[in-house]
Design a protein around this ligand. Structure first.
Ligand code: PHE
Length: 341
């Protein structure tokens, strides 16, 4: 006679069943769940159960069947997982290597420059990218008709001639002098914007690092010595510099600095176009009129300033032929700088 005890006994037996091979699992399946199996046999007996017990016994029978099916499935799964080891983890599988990030080449060059001038006592500060006419042009002695004030060269915001994207970091010289009296010895790194057609050699966004030193008795010799030290530290101890007279509205006298070509050592090659020299920055003595417009006594103080393009220096250092590569963030390009921290 089928009763609850019989069902309970079989449930316990099935729950305790174990198998050590897939074949043993199949044998258990046949023993309990096949047409002639013991669970099926109890279902056959069900027709003899008195009507008043059918409800309770039927429920328990169905539970028993679920227990048996779950047990067989679990055992089966434990063997298919055995391919990857008993824990389900394949210890022989190759580990996925983690992808390391690295510094962008422009950051590497910028940090090197800041570090070199830091040894000479230069601090670092920044100014806004959106500027007004005063800080970018007027306070720096640009005459009203200067071409930089033309829409062709400068991005103005909403066609307002007084709100613009700075075209050089020299605007941060003004912001520094208007809030700080000498001695000033600072670097101003940042992005600048010019309305130029994008090509391999020019971009409408690029980075500059500006330097400003204002104190008593600062001379052109100090400027030259500072820049010579910088060039040797950045490009190597053999490096020579050359200062060519130039013009900027805010420095007098003004110069452009060339360094001896680090690739050919000055003999002449394709990078320096056969001249042996590479132009890397503009510089000069701060025009006394600029000191005065910013509330600094030009009888007491003098100073020098310089400004350089970070992309240009990075292109020379890493032999990058197209400036656009710095802005595209193509990992195949960036990966090449991974090991340089
Ligand atoms: N601001 C100049 C430029 O963008 C560079 C410069 C900076 C020149 C400081 C002299 C002094 O070309």
């Amino acid at each position: 006679m089928l009763d609850l005890d019989k069902i309970q006994a079989l449930a316990e037996e099935i729950s305790a069943a174990t198998a050590s091979t897939p074949e043993e699992v199949e044998a258990l399946r046949i023993k309990y769940l096949s047409k002639k199996g013991s669970v099926s046999a109890l279902f056959d007996d069900f027709k003899n159960v008195p009507n008043e017990q059918k409800r309770e016994i039927g429920k328990k029978l169905n539970e028993l069947k679920t227990i048996a099916q779950t047990k067989i499935n679990d055992l089966k799964e434990s063997f298919s997982a055995a391919d990857t080891g008993a824990t389900g983890i394949d210890l022989s599988r190759e580990a996925t290597s983690s992808v390391w990030g690295g510094s962008h080449p422009l950051s590497i060059v910028r940090n090197d420059i800041i570090e070199i001038f830091g040894r000479l006592g230069f601090t670092v500060s920044e100014g806004p990218e959106i500027e007004d006419d005063w800080h970018v042009f007027t306070a720096l002695n640009f005459p009203p008709e200067h071409p930089a004030r033309d829409m062709q060269d400068t991005f103005f915001i909403n066609n307002n001639p007084d709100i613009l994207l700075r075209t050089h970091t020299s605007s941060v010289q003004v912001r520094t002098m208007e809030r700080q009296q000498p001695p000033i010895r600072s670097l101003f790194p940042g992005r600048v914007f010019r309305n130029e057609a994008i090509s391999a050699r020019a971009h409408c966004i690029f980075h500059q690092i500006e330097g400003l030193y204002v104190a008593e008795n600062v001379s052109f010799a100090d400027l030259k010595q500072t820049l010579l030290y910088f060039a040797k530290e950045l490009f190597g101890p053999e490096t020579q510099i050359r200062l060519r007279p130039s013009y900027f509205p805010f420095t007098e006298p003004s110069a452009e600095m060339d360094v001896s070509c680090s690739l050919c050592g000055g003999k002449g090659c394709s990078v320096c176009k056969g001249t042996g020299w590479l132009e890397i920055l503009g510089c000069g003595m701060v025009d006394p009129a600029v000191l005065e417009s910013n509330g600094i006594d030009s009888k007491k103080y003098s100073g020098f300033a310089f400004g350089m393009g970070v992309e240009r220096i990075a292109m020379l250092r890493y032999q990058v032929k197209d400036i656009r590569l710095f802005f595209e963030n193509d990992v195949r390009f960036l990966k090449q700088f991974q090991s340089v921290l």
